[in-house]
Ligand binder design. Structure first.
Ligand SMILES: C[S@@+](CC[C@H](N)C(=O)[O-])C[C@H]1O[C@@H](n2cnc3c(N)ncnc32)[C@H](O)[C@@H]1O
Length: 307
């Protein structure tokens, strides 16, 4: 049988990774650190890591299938200087990197969300640019390439009090990524590159983990489970479904917890024990202990509690 991957080593489970992460221990060296946001199928990540074996690379991507394809490409390079995470880059930079630790950040063809009503989903807001600044080493830079010129203007407008000087260039296709190839095939020959170079430091500390509480109930009746959606100041918890196994006396509740743009699917277990019914995160959950996760546990406890 053919192995699906040759090596899973580059893939890091962010739920088990120390925050902040001692990257010099992960890579077992002190080489400079670069980050790619939204590496897609990994063409560029595989190429720059091969071209720069004395640099370490960390990639963030949200889609599993794209991570699978990237792992295959990385396996072929035989190098050990790349790690990838299935994680929103905002949460990754907030929690896994100390200030002034990254020399370069690359982002090729971020989703431009061209409709005005969707602009709220765009990545490079002023707040995110400030966060990126704080994580970059002095003189470091962020490079963004896009096919969508209005997106460049939008980023320029957001570049206030971010500690960056900005350079703009019209370029030809030269990254060979899946999305670039797609647009070249559609006849495009001009793309837009922004380089934001750090000129001053914006101090932004690490985002702290939240304490996750175990709740205990005297009694539990799944038929009376009544969940109230929660949304307040960027923290939101919504209910998906509840499954109950009467033989084992265990319920599994699926909720979605959002801390601003960071969305996490969470499974919470309500299980019978000698002390009563415990409300806990399901084992093996690959999540970050954020305020929304703490709130999700509380919401499930409230929903299960008999008044
Ligand atoms: C248009 S694709 C470009 C992919 C690749 N860079 C290329 O050029 O083919 C944008 C990618 O960015 C990823 N992405 C978007 N927002 C992200 C975020 N906040 N954190 C991590 N990845 C993100 C998406 O999952 C998607 O794969």
């Amino acid at each position: 049988m053919k192995a699906f991957y040759i090596s899973l080593k580059p893939f890091l489970n962010h739920g088990q990774l120390l925050r902040p992460t001692p990257w010099q221990d992960v890579f077992a060296n002190n080489n400079p650190l670069e980050v790619e946001i939204g590496f897609g199928n990994g063409e560029y990540l595989a190429r720059i890591s091969q071209d720069n074996p004395g640099t370490n690379f960390v990639g963030f991507e949200q889609y599993c299938e794209r991570i699978h394809r990237t792992l295959r490409k990385l396996s072929r390079t035989g190098l050990d200087n790349v790690r990838v995470l299935r994680l929103d880059a905002r949460a990754g930079l907030e929690r896994y990197f100390n200030q002034k630790t990254i020399t370069r950040i690359h982002c090729l063809y971020p989703p431009p969300w061209p409709k005005k009503s969707d602009a709220k989903h765009r990545l490079f807001t002023t707040d995110f640019l400030r966060l990126i600044n704080s994580r970059l080493a002095d003189g470091g830079f962020l490079k963004i390439v896009t096919d969508h010129e209005p997106y460049i203007d939008w980023i320029r407008d957001n570049n206030t009090d971010t500690g960056f000087s900005i350079e703009f260039k019209v370029i030809k296709a030269n990254y060979g990524t899946k999305f670039e190839k797609k647009w070249v095939d559609e006849g495009r020959c001009e793309f837009y590159e922004l380089v934001l170079t750090k000129t001053g430091h914006i101090p932004i500390g690490l985002k702290e983990d939240s304490l996750l509480q175990t709740y205990l109930l005297d009694d539990f009746d799944p038929d009376l489970f009544s969940f109230k959606e929660y949304s307040h100041e960027g923290i939101a918890v919504s209910f998906k479904e509840i499954l109950y196994d009467p033989k084992k006396k265990v319920a599994l509740v699926h909720v979605i917890a959002c801390d601003g743009p960071l969305m996490q699917n969470i499974r919470i277990v309500i299980a019978h024990s000698a002390l009563g019914w415990r409300v806990n995160l399901a084992e093996g959950s690959m999540l970050m202990p954020t305020m929304a996760v703490a709130k999700a546990l509380e919401c499930v406890y409230q929903a299960a509690k008999k008044d």
